[in-house]
Design a binder for this molecule. Structure first.
Ligand code: SAH
Length: 219
């Protein structure tokens, strides 16, 4: 959070402050999350041609038919994930541009993130290197299977929508852990929060959302 990105220029601090004000207006309360979003150079996570729109509260295309999530939804999911913290070890399914990963990396000890599209993963890796984010581990694989090697996780966040919650993700959640995941089809999705207590899983359904689908296999 102390990183100084001013040297990168490109977009003014005022533009970022405006984004944070908008997130606050929409109900985001966690100050740590807000402060990380204020500092995070989102323009580096999109194509240069879209950089001037990077601090609008909107999803933007990142190629391969995928999108960088809307800042509000990143803030909301992060806030929910960390709500009853502390959560040190997080698994993310759907690295995409790496923006959500980068935000999480400033708030927890270690982030594990899997992505099925290799070129997106490579671009994200370069961004993390450039931004000196050293607590992120990436894997090119199908997130339907989680990432068993480092399981269990205190928190799991999924940034693409399956029709049904993958069983492996539930298994890889630590007791006391929380899974935040959009579930549904292109006809309709909602955000779900699943809390694991021992071997009990408690599910809460939140607002309607709109994510790209969780697909099988890797490319
Ligand atoms: N958090 C990302 C969101 C990118 S969109 C960001 O803000 O940029 C969702 C991502 O999930 C896409 O990159 C897509 O390729 C990926 N995805 C979809 N199905 C997947 C799967 N089964 N395993 C891993 N990643 C998947």
């Amino acid at each position: 959070m102390k990183t100084d990105y001013r040297g990168i220029g490109m977009t003014s601090q005022r533009t970022r402050d405006r984004l944070v004000t908008r997130l606050q207006e929409r109900g985001i309360k966690n100050n740590e999350v807000l402060s990380v979003i204020r500092e995070m150079p989102r323009h580096l996570f999109v194509d240069e041609a879209l950089a001037s729109r990077a601090y609008e509260d909107t999803a933007l295309p990142i190629g391969h038919g995928q999108t960088i999530s809307q800042p509000y939804i990143v803030a909301k999911m992060t806030e929910i994930l960390l709500e009853d913290g502390p959560r040190q070890k997080i698994l993310e399914v759907g690295t995409g541009s790496g923006y959500q990963t980068a935000v999480l990396s400033k708030l927890v000890e270690r982030v594990y993130s899997v992505e099925r599209i290799s070129p997106l993963q490579n671009q994200a890796r370069e961004r993390f290197y450039q931004l000196k984010l050293n607590n992120i581990k990436l894997k090119h694989s199908d997130g339907n299977w989680g990432w068993e090697w480092y399981a269990p996780y205190d928190g799991i966040i999924v940034t693409c929508a399956p029709e049904h919650i993958p069983l492996e993700l539930l298994k890889q959640l630590a007791p006391g852990g929380r899974l935040v995941i959009p579930v549904g089809t292109s006809q309709g999705q909602s955000l779900r929060v699943i809390d694991r207590q021992g071997d009990r899983y408690e599910e809460t359904e939140l607002d309607p959302v709109s994510f790209v689908p969780l697909l099988s296999g890797q490319i």
